[in-house]
Each structure stands twice: as structure tokens, then as C-alpha cells.
Write a new protein. Sequence first.
Length: 439
Amino acid sequence: MLKHSLKMIWAERKSNTWIFIELIVIFTILWFCSGFMYEKGKQFFEPVGVDINHTYVLNFNIQKNVNIEDYPKDYDYPKDVYTILERLKQYPAIENACVCNPYSTPYMGDYKGSAIFKDSVYSNFTYRRVSPEYFDVFKIKFLYGKTFDSNEAISKNQVVASPDENNTFFKNENIASLKEMVDIDFEPGFDPKGKSKEEIENAIKSKTVWKVAGVVNKMKRSEEYPYYRFLFFPISRDNLKDIHYTDFCIRVKPEANKNFINTFRKEMSERLKVGPFELSSITPLSKSRADFLRDATEQIEMMWVVIAFLLVNVFLGIVGTFRFRANARRGEIGLRCAMGSSKLKIQQLLLSETFVLLLLASIPATILALNIQWLGILTKLGVSIMEGTEIARNKVVIMQNVITYLITFGSMLLIIWLGTWYPAKKASEIQPAEALHYE
């Protein structure tokens, strides 16, 4: 049947030329749309490493009737922070509560990064400063070890680490046996890149030894980001002197989550007036997540519109073309029926021609798409929606492109099959005598 389909396509080459070109163009565009959707879908289905269900972030401010200038300069603001934290933990509807800096709260937009000199190379990492309860509030799983000690003096030089996607941060070390990391500060202006071991040793200004208390699972900043290395440092009293730069994160018991904000405000607003502070806002982290991912979700929605537009165009083009061709081949179809071909055989013949036509068109379309990808043409053209994706970079990832090809081919085959099925069905229902008489 394949050989016969090729002969029929060649025989109808004049009418097939335009549909062939259309399939190449749409296949190429749909290739990048499919690649984008596959990459985003893969990212969004990967675990982020934190569980934000039933979690909220609370922020505090100076009370309206309080003049902060009236407080002594040596006032113990961190003590008030710890008092608020304890009162939050005592509230019956709350499972646990923690404090952290804003850049440590998931989906809040703030970010802080740093680097550590390890094994003669700099390793960048996402910096987070949190209280020990943080890992329980966000259900972060430990692979080995545990969180820092609750005693600040003991936990001072402790750290909790998270590997990146390929574990390049720990390299070939056994994570379970990882005991410490040494952070090195160099003399001002010294760049260790390309320097010898002796030069590096002579330029060391100070060393800080961080004891690795535990290692947690891989983590992302959000769904659209790749896995990255994280280092969690214990939050200290000095970090809590500014209430405006302190987030209180809580996990609410599932059965108490309904209408929690109104109930909590009603019952706890007065009790949470500690020192000069009062509760100013309660934000569900599910809302923060939606806001954080708004641009990404809008891009995905826009891509769905583009894909739907392309597939509808293919569908309409195929329906019109093959209905016209079926009518033009009434005599041939009638003769086939008279010679004993069944309706199913006729439908299979017409559908196989469409399949072969798509298969042939996919070859130059794939070559074109791979060259566009390899040459980085999308980036040069400033196609912003593709920024930060593998398909916009000038490199070809074999497995990803195989999957992209299959998704694109499968999507177009389904639409083409739907577009061809009805004309093929109508053509197969032609009575032989009627078709031959028409001829």
C-alpha cells in the first residue's frame, strides 16, 4: 500500500504541491510550539521540593499609633519576633510556624544568590536563611541528616544543603558522608580562575568551615526554573532586627484551612500586637505562586492559541483539499468498488495517501527546524516567548528533539486523519454504477 500511495501522490503532484508546502511550513512552526510545550510541561510536572498546600506568609508592621522613635536604641526587637513566633505555634489551627528572610519564602519573588569556593572552583548557589521549623512547614524531605540545632550558639556554623540536578555541587562525593564545606574569602581583587594551587593558597584571606547538618532533596525556585543548588543557613537574632525584612510562614491544619484568614484575624489580631508590632497581612502561598507564575502561564496559554490556530488551519485545508480530490476521483473510486474493493479498503487507501504525504513533508520540515534551532535564529529574531528554553539555544538535544518530533507528527497526524476521514467516508459510499455513469 505504501508503494501504491507514493505512485498516487506522484500522479497528483500538481495538486499535492501546495498542500505539501503548507504541511512543511506548519510542521516547522508546530515543531517549536511542541518543543516549548514539552519543555514547560516537563518543568511544571517536576516536583519543586516544597509543599505550599495550606501555607501562608504573615507580615508585620509598626502599629499605627506607635512612634518607633520613642523606643530605646537598644530595644530587643528580635525578642518580639520570637514571642510572635511562639504565639503562632500555640494557635490550635496551626501545625507549625517559622521565620525567614523574604528571599527564603517560596514564590515571593525576592532572590539572593552567593558563591562558595570549593575544590578549586566557584560554585554558585541560592542563599536562604531560615529557622529550623522551615523544613517542617514546607514539608522538605531530608535525604540525610537533619536540620540545624535550635540553639543559636550551636547552629552558628551549620548548614543544610540541596544538590543541583546533576549533583555537580557535591561531585562524586558520598552525600551521606558529607560532613563540612569550606567557604574561602580571597584578598580583594584576586581571581582564582586559572591560578595555580600555590597562588590560590597564598591569596586566601580567611576560611569559614560550615558543618553540613543535613542534605535535602533537589529543589527549584519555582516550576519554570531548573533544579539548582541551595544552601540553607540558620537565621540569627541579628537577622531579625528589622521586622519589615522578616516573613512568618505557617502551615495550617487541612481541616482548619477553610475561611482561615478571617477566623485567624478575628481571634489573633490583638494577641499578635507585640511591642511596637501588629499583623499587617496574611497571604496564601497558593496566591503568591499564581502571581509568580503569571508570565509563564500566560505564555503557555498564548502558545495553546497558536497551536489551536495552526491545527484548525491544517484541518480546514485538508478537509477542503481531500473533499475536492475525492469528488475528482469519483470514477476511479467507482471502478475500484466495481472490482471488489470494500468501503474500508477505499478509506484506508485515501487515509494512507495523507499519512505518506505528512511523512514526506516531515523530513524537510525537521531538517529546517533543526537548522533554525542550531543556528539560534529564534534568539536573533527576538522571539521572546522562547527565551530561556533549550529550543532557543544553539544546541540540539537529541532525546528532546525526538520527543518533539513525535509530538508534532502525532498532533498533525490526528488532525489530518480527522480532516481526511469524512471525505474518505463519503467517497467510499459512492455507488459504482452512479460513479461510472458520472464518468
